[in-house]
Design a protein around this ligand. Structure first.
Ligand code: PMP
Length: 402
């Protein structure tokens, strides 16, 4: 019988999407679920007219690097906003979301068996994308300082992933850490794959792009997206920036996988690029302020979380609970109807954490959810670990069927 490839079978589903799926099912059954698992913030954005966009061009393929006008906007944005010079002609490709852009980057770099250093906590898709490219993700536990990542580099290493601001912690890499990473990339002749999806989600201080210390992008691929900063995740528009030689390779991959992103959406974004950023900017600030207020509240409750100030995520410690992060999230969902994401999805070293995304629910409901998290930790203290172990044979709600 025809069978799927083993390496595809071995890939694990995205933990965040699995829990989003549970929450959506419960909602469809009419249950009132507090959803703190979605990886986006909901903004008020107007819908501009589509019938004034270039017609009939909107019906057809666009340039496989992306619409030239949109590339120019994006290049100017990276230069103006972050001080990274970008040549719109040959240093940028528009992609159908940044997820495929990241995957294309791994494809461009990896021979079978090559390695990518992935610091934990790591967004759910890095390791699986590397595996889908026949590579080996080298997962680095969360307590290893950035300056020591070089110790995880081997002759097979082709890239180091840098996610700043980081999903799921909101951590922003310091300039010194970025300099250390560039030095490592140069020393070992590897690429930095810089995922900057949350580059606007900072309350204070200017964001330092990974591209700043490598303006020629000799060893850097920058990945960004409209999904978070523009609040338009459903449109699937992202982009890649790197040196022209790397772009030639990425372009071939893009041409064989995508051809181009949807032309009509590129046109729309090209036309409304600046307005939408102006509209989302204050809303982003509000969300980051909300995050700060909730972080204070979490601390008042006696909760701890991994260091971080940006994004709309908090990576909250459940180390005082005897439950694994999956058990914890399943119980919180079935007993309290609060949906968050198990830390295990962000790496084996992160099972003592859960990801709480505060971009979609009201302050009141989110505060109640934090209280529910604290209550569940208190109700399942580590001291009773042996008891939980005895109970672990029992079927947990939602454990099956995935
Ligand atoms: N990188 C990170 C860190 C993310 O959190 C996400 C989405 N959750 C992505 C990349 C992919 O975003 P998109 O494909 O929508 O651009």
């Amino acid at each position: 019988m025809a069978r799927p490839a083993k390496y595809v079978k071995d890939v694990v589903p995205a933990m965040s999407m699995r829990f989003n799926g549970y929450a959506n099912e419960m909602k469809a059954r009419g249950e009132d679920v507090t959803i703190l698992s979605f990886g986006e913030a909901f903004f008020d954005i107007p819908l501009y007219r589509f019938d004034t966009l270039p017609f009939p061009e909107l019906y057809h393929y666009s340039d496989s690097r992306g619409l030239v006008g949109l590339r120019q906007k994006l290049a100017a944005y990276y230069h103006g906003q972050y001080g990274v010079p970008v040549n719109a002609a040959n240093e940028i490709i528009v992609t159908a979301g940044s997820k495929i852009g990241l995957h294309m980057s791994f494809m461009a770099l990896l021979e079978p068996g090559d390695e990518v250093v992935v610091p934990e906590p790591a967004w759910v898709s890095y390791s699986e994308q590397v595996r889908l490219c026949h590579g080996n993700p080298v997962m680095v536990p969360f307590d290893v300082p950035v300056e020591e990542l070089g110790e995880w580099v081997t002759p097979r290493t082709r890239a180091i992933v840098v996610c700043s601001p980081q999903n799921p912690t909101g951590r922003v890499y310091t300039r010194d850490e970025l300099r250390a990473l560039h030095a490592m990339a140069q020393q070992h002749d590897v690429y930095l794959i810089a995922d900057e999806a949350y580059s606007e989600f900072l309350a204070e201080g200017e964001y330092v792009s990974v591209g700043v210390d490598d303006p020629d992008k000799e060893h850097t691929i920058l990945c960004n997206t409209m999904s978070k900063n523009y609040g338009m995740s459903g449109w699937r528009i992202g982009y890649l920036i790197s040196n022209p030689r790397m772009m030639e390779q990425l372009l071939k991959i893009s041409q064989h996988l995508m051809t181009c992103p949807p032309t009509i959406l590129e046109q729309y974004l090209e036309r409304h690029f600046d307005e939408i950023l102006e509209i989302t900017k204050p809303q982003i600030l509000d969300i980051v302020k909300k995050r700060t207020a909730l972080a204070d509240y979490a601390r008042e409750l006696g909760l701890r979380y991994m260091e971080g100030t940006a994004t709309f995520y908090l990576f909250v410690s459940i180390e005082d609970s005897a439950l694994s992060s999956e058990e914890f999230c399943q119980r919180l969902l079935s007993e309290q109807k609060v949906c968050i994401v198990p830390g295990l999805g962000y790496g084996a070293s992160c099972d003592g954490f859960v990801r709480v995304a505060v971009g979609t629910e009201s302050m009141e409901r989110t505060r109640a959810a934090f209280r529910a998290i604290k209550d569940l930790i208190d109700a399942t203290p580590r001291a009773y670990a042996d008891l939980a172990e005895r109970e672990s044979g029992r079927e947990l709600a939602f454990a099956a069927g995935d």
